[in-house]
Design a protein around this ligand. Structure first.
Ligand code: 4GX
Length: 220
């Protein structure tokens, strides 16, 4: 899976080099190419934004600069995603669907957004990570990359994919590790029993109980 990210703030993506995603990059299971939109400015001072026509506060990213950045990376099989609160709300089903693409180009807006003309020209899909407003599309882009990468073969051990929240429509059961007694609180007995059938049954019941209590909407 290949991700190209178009952004004015490439350093914001450094955290992806850590942990599971970092390992997936090292193993070349995923490829993340961060493109600095500013490199495609033709002006002497590397200008990338300007004041909005019609007036108003803030700055708007210029269409020609974004378009040149896009043209430098577009391929036949690429799908362009724009991160915006106006987009379709991301959920696990959407993540799984996007994981079937070979090449995603993720466009990150900053300031007051991007000139509508270049969005109309290049964007295939708008995605939101939730109903709240952030300062830019960079964190949403990382959320998208992280959630999609988990579906790429070899990034996770395949068992954790099957067991996790949402895949079976339920929330996860609680986990315990050593010590057996923590500040007087014991580990549920069944987990120490070695009886795999009973353990599975207990976990299923806990999943259901927790989902009913915390996210009843998932059961509807
Ligand atoms: N899920 N943002 C985009 C730039 C912007 C400003 C104004 C259009 C108009 C977000 C989210 C999100 C903040 C990303 C504003 N674009 N993106 N950015 N929630 O809040 O995806």
């Amino acid at each position: 899976m290949k991700f190209d990210v178009l952004t004015l703030f490439p350093k914001m993506f450094e955290p992806l080099n850590e942990s599971i995603i970092g390992r997936a990059i090292e193993k070349e299971l995923i490829n993340i190419n961060i493109v600095n939109i500013r490199d495609f400015s033709n002006s002497k001072h590397k200008k990338v934004d300007d004041t909005p026509y019609g007036g108003g506060s803030g700055m708007v990213m210029m269409p020609d600069v974004v378009y040149r950045a896009f043209k430098s990376i577009k391929a036949k099989n690429s799908k362009v995603i724009y991160m915006t609160p106006q987009g379709i709300k991301l959920n696990q089903k959407k993540v799984e669907e996007l994981s079937k693409q070979e090449h995603l180009i993720i466009l990150c807006g900053h300031y007051e957004g991007i000139d509508q003309r270049v969005l109309d020209k290049i964007v295939d899909e708008e995605i939101s990570i939730g109903d709240y407003v952030l300062t830019g599309g960079e964190i949403p882009a990382m959320v998208l990359i992280d959630s999609i990468s988990r579906y790429v073969k070899g990034v996770l051990n395949q068992e954790s994919i099957k067991e996790e929240s949402f895949t079976n429509g339920l929330l996860e059961y609680p986990q315990y590790t050593r010590p057996e007694n923590f500040e007087g609180e014991k580990v549920p007995k069944v987990l120490l029993s070695g009886h795999h059938e009973n353990i599975e049954k207990w976990r299923r019941e806990k999943s259901l109980e927790i989902t009913k209590k915390k996210r009843p909407d998932l059961l509807e």
